[in-house]
Write a protein of this length. Structure first.
Length: 72
C-alpha cells in the first residue's frame, strides 16, 4: 500500500492551499499531522501565489493499492 498525506492550509489572502506528501507511513497519527502542519506554518516553509500558509484547514491520508500484472 502507498499512502499520501494531503494537508490543507489557509493563506494570507484567505485562500486554501494543499500540500501533499507521498510515501508516508501507514500508522500516521492525528498528533503527528498536527505537529507537522504547525511546523510548516511556524518555519514558513512554503509560500504560495496567495501568500504564506497561516492556518490549518484540514488533512487527509489517502491509501492506494497497486496491483501489477506480468504480461508476457
Amino acid at each position: 500500500m502507498e499512502y499520501t498525506l494531503s494537508m490543507i492550509f489557509l493563506t494570507d489572502a484567505g485562500e486554501k492551499s494543499t500540500l501533499s506528501v507521498s510515501g508516508v507511513k501507514a500508522g500516521l497519527t492525528k498528533a503527528e499531522v498536527n505537529t507537522l502542519m504547525d511546523t510548516i506554518i511556524t518555519k514558513n516553509i512554503s509560500i504560495t501565489n496567495s501568500g504564506a500558509l497561516v492556518k490549518k484547514s484540514g488533512a487527509q491520508l489517502t491509501q492506494r493499492q497497486v496491483t501489477k500484472f506480468d504480461i508476457a
